[in-house]
Design a protein around this ligand. Sequence first.
Ligand code: PLP
Length: 440
Amino acid sequence: MSLAVTLSKTQTGSGIRRYNEIPEVLIVTYQEIVEREQKYLLNTYARYPIAMARGKGVYLYDVEGKRYLDLLSGLGVNALGHAHPRIVKVIRDQSAKVIHLSNLYYNEYQGLLAEKLCVKSGLDRAFFSNSGTEAIEGALKLVRAAGHATGGPEKSMVIALDNSFHGRTMGALALTAQPKYRQDFEPMLEGVRFVPLNDIEALRAAMDDKVCGIVLEPIQGEGGIHVTSPEFLRACREAADQQHAALIFDEIQCGMGRTGQLFAFQHFGVMPDVVCIAKPMAAGLPMGAFLAKEDFAQHISPGKHGTTFGGGPLACRVALEYLAILEDENLLEQVRRVGEYFSQKLRELVDKFDIVVEARGVGAMQALQLSVPGKPVLEGAHANGLLINVTQDTVLRFLPPFLLQEKHVDRGVRILRKQLAALQKEHKKAAKGEAAAVTA
Ligand SMILES: Cc1ncc(COP(=O)(O)O)c(C=O)c1O
């Protein structure tokens, strides 16, 4: 296996390799890539045996040139697919001007992006971070500061949902209910109460005047694509208002167009006080943000929060281009149309296979709930040039690029159908074997 990487290499007098613009081909094999990573990287990722080299539109290509239909888009990041020409052009242009300026100075694009996001969301102020988890951390600090200002230091409790996922840093982890993520990292940040999704009574029972915020994903992503009910969201809004607490929506996975609306909350008719976004917002550059109502935002003043990288001119300009492309290419309409088609095709799989229990999702955020572990389907999909994800062991998750068309759905579903048939056959055979053993 070999990968032709076009790099530019010259040898300096000191023996240090420098890369410049003289092209030269280096050969990197799949094996070399894997061995180097396994030796030098912190052992955090159980990677699949694929090394990707490049992408174009809805397709990725591995180092051997094998093509994959990408129904995962970098875990929800590459909404514009790969190598979108307008994104490539803007990155080239801006990186030749200035990539980073500290937040000691104004830059041309940060205010423009904040304005655009505030106007589109109906919220008042933005803070830019570099990831989803940092957006959550900032939002958490904001609602605690607001809580302390209105109710004293005791008003610091946050309500979150069972089965949630909000990120890996300590604050976000404290809001993440799933034990597998928290294990080994205790003690957690204090002051978090969990309630089950869509359980209005439990929510009301958990509320008191010590609560400064309620945080939830309008559609739980990592938890297996579970949609909150509008009634539950309305109850959250009401409970937050009664206690002057902030309603925080984590739209890091479901926001920025993935549901066919720019913000997922626009489907539900419930307005949050704070919304966290990230993943696709800078078309693959690391960027996150939280947007907040003035009522809460006013409690942050200079020195209370900040970041070195957040809101740099390159990321902000690319994010503006991302939003412009969504509009110019009418991509939200495409997400709604193709999402409905995808959803219908997934429902057909529920009817066809006993091991497929349910199809869930909205727009470009879909899932198939299986009654058995989904890993064999994923492995078979990879072998057949299709990228999907399994979450919660039994949920096949699809977060495709917004460029997806009906013909791509057909291709993906064809491959899935084959894998599901094989898996079902295997399970039926195993069940028959067990039954025969019992009778014998
Ligand atoms: C809903 C949600 N919140 C927060 C995060 C954390 O974002 P990041 O990985 O960018 O820190 C994720 C990541 O998957 C997410 O899906």
